[in-house]
Design a binder for this molecule. Structure first.
Ligand SMILES: [Zn+2]
Length: 136
């Protein structure tokens, strides 16, 4: 009985932490335009909570910001996205850091507002088709 209670409590703590992470990331999105530094702090805080509670951010959450400099990502504004050998390559314009994600066949996993992503990908794809061996 004692053990079960402990487990229940632990689950609740995790759930609250997950909610907090979600809230912090949406705050980061909201403040990005007006206060990028504050936005960064929200992301660092979200990461810290995840680390403390041993929670992994989900795929969508991880893609929302740059792992290296914690900048909230706005495709076409502070980062660009390329598709290379079924890997999504995101380059951050702030720190120049690159992140890789496997490209899933399910288009809707990339993001709800993926029109921009798709355009970017089509563009880089056609570049490869034209035979650009060293794209840059
Ligand atoms: Zn960065």
């Amino acid at each position: 009985m004692k053990h079960r209670n402990w487990k229940k409590k632990k689950d609740a703590t995790k759930r609250i932490a997950e909610e907090r992470i979600e809230i912090l990331l949406s705050l980061a999105e909201q403040t990005f335009k007006t206060d990028p530094e504050q936005s960064k702090r929200y992301i660092i805080l979200a990461e810290a909570i995840g680390m403390r509670q041993n929670i992994r951010l989900n795929r969508e959450q991880k893609r929302k910001y740059c792992k290296q400099c914690h900048t909230f990502r706005v495709p076409g504004k502070n980062c660009h996205i390329r598709l290379k050998n079924s890997v999504i390559l995101t380059t951050c314009h702030v720190c120049g850091g690159m992140s890789r994600y496997p490209y899933y066949e399910k288009q809707n996993e990339i993001g709800a507002n993926n029109e921009k992503f798709d355009k970017e990908m089509t563009r880089s794809n056609s570049k490869y088709e034209k035979g650009a061996r060293h794209p840059k």
